[in-house]
Design a protein around this ligand. Structure first.
Ligand code: AMP
Ligand code: MG
Length: 404
């Protein structure tokens, strides 16, 4: 395994990138300096083995049709191979996973055999090579088992184990610090005063970050106060690779946040042509990536899924990063939509009795109505050009859950 000597700090000094507008491809290239593919060439399975319980023989000995009787000369069990060679007219008792002995190239399953002492009669139609798993069938010698950038899911864990490898090098977890901003916010467990609401964004962010297996640093609620915010940003950036905030990036508030950001780092503020989730800030604060998400609870989730998720995966070293899959489904309700922006309405995707995929919106679609997210299993993505949608129109949907 290669462990590059370069540290991130050294590389970031050496690499002349613009933290003001970090493109995904540049972030990916940066991270890739630290990735090393699994090395070494082995093959899995390492030997030709039987796919069935039965007998192994030369395929040429079997009659194409009708019964063939062969003499059993030994046994090959999984982990206990037969040491000899199978000659003409001979066969070897074999169990699933047993090494196919020298001379043999075919296995007949036991259900097609009649044993009378060591004389075994085989029936049915057979072909040479049947029920034999070739060496290297799973992984050819010299082939790459796992490319760098692959997420280790259950299948990858098994693949690595099948190679006899007990430890592999992986990226450390991405550290993500997050806080909510707003004088009106209270954490759960505290009574609400006049005009106050419970902070929900920190909980949705926590959940979304945990799903991506990030190491999270929950910094609570920070008041809309320049000094409190500045020290929260400094602390977050000092302790995390990524800082995510919610609230405080809308037009009225952006100005003082902008002034503060000029002292702390470099940040771009966008008004994105989308609904929900218009205001968004991205930048770097003292070496940490910064995502300033809108305050509205649904906007937080939408902007997280549409911008932050992929960026975090890139930072984690996942390569390639595939967007959550999209499908076409027939919309079973009318949708209100203004052209000129992309909308991410929340919907329920299901399969109708005739097998067709259908989607219906989850009711009220306001950016503060978190229930519309909670009831949904997908986004209905309506692009810039789309206007109102009539019942029965095919629309693009994106699943909120991915099966891995
Ligand atoms: P802002 O972007 O700070 O102007 O917030 C926009 C709206 O989202 C306001 O109605 C806020 O009260 C609400 N909001 C902001 N942060 C949170 C939060 N953490 N939890 C719930 N609602 C929030
Ligand atoms: Mg606010």
């Amino acid at each position: 395994m290669n462990t590059p000597a370069l540290t991130i700090a050294q590389a970031s000094c050496a690499d002349d990138y613009d933290p003001n507008s970090m493109p995904v491809a540049k972030a990916r290239a940066f991270i890739h300096q630290f990735l090393a593919p699994i090395e070494g060439t082995v093959r899995v399975p390492s030997h030709r083995n039987s796919a069935m319980d039965g007998w192994a023989m030369r395929g040429a000995d079997l009659k194409a049709d009708g019964e063939t009787t062969l003499q059993e000369i030994g046994a090959s069990f999984a982990g206990k191979p037969f040491a000899g060679r199978v000659g003409a007219g001979q066969c070897v008792r074999i169990m699933t996973g047993g090494v196919v002995p020298e001379g043999a190239d075919t296995v007949v399953m036991q259900e097609r055999a009649k044993a009378s002492g060591k004389s075994i009669a085989f029936g049915g139609s057979n072909r040479t090579g049947q029920n034999v798993r070739e060496a290297g069938e799973d992984l050819k010698k010299g082939s790459v088992a796992l490319k760098k950038g692959r997420v280790i899911r259950p299948a990858e864990l098994g693949l690595v184990a099948s190679l006899g490898i007990a430890e592999i090098a992986v990226h450390r977890k991405l550290r993500v610090a997050f806080f909510s901003t707003g004088d009106e916010l209270k954490s759960i467990g505290t009574p609400l005063g006049e005009g106050e609401i419970y902070d929900s964004n920190r909980y949705t962010l926590h959940g979304m970050l945990m799903r991506l297996d990030c190491e999270v640093l929950d910094m609570g609620v920070v008041r809309d106060d320049p000094q409190a915010l500045e020290s929260a940003f400094r602390e977050a950036a000092a302790n995390a690779d990524v800082v995510i905030t919610s609230g405080g990036v809308s037009v009225g508030e952006a100005d003082f946040v902008k002034a503060m950001m000029d002292r702390l780092g470099e940040v771009v503020f966008w008004k994105i042509a989308m609904k929900p989730g218009r205001p968004l800030a991205y930048g770097r604060i003292e070496g940490a990536h910064f995502f300033g998400l809108p305050g509205n609870p649904v906007s937080v989730m939408v902007t997280f899924y549409q911008f932050v998720r992929d960026a975090l995966l890139v930072l984690m070293g996942v390569d390639p990063v595939s967007p959550a899959p999209t499908f076409k489904a027939t919309c079973t309700a009318k949708l209100k939509k203004a052209p000129g922006r992309t909308e991410f309405q929340r919907g329920v995707l299901s399969r109708a009795a005739d097998g067709a995929l259908t989607v219906k919106p989850t009711g009220e679609q306001g950016s503060g109505i978190l229930k519309s997210m909670s009831d949904a299993n997908c986004f209905i993505i309506l692009d810039d050009a789309t206007g109102n949608v009539e019942t029965g129109t095919p629309v693009e949907v994106q699943l909120l859950e991915g099966i891995v």
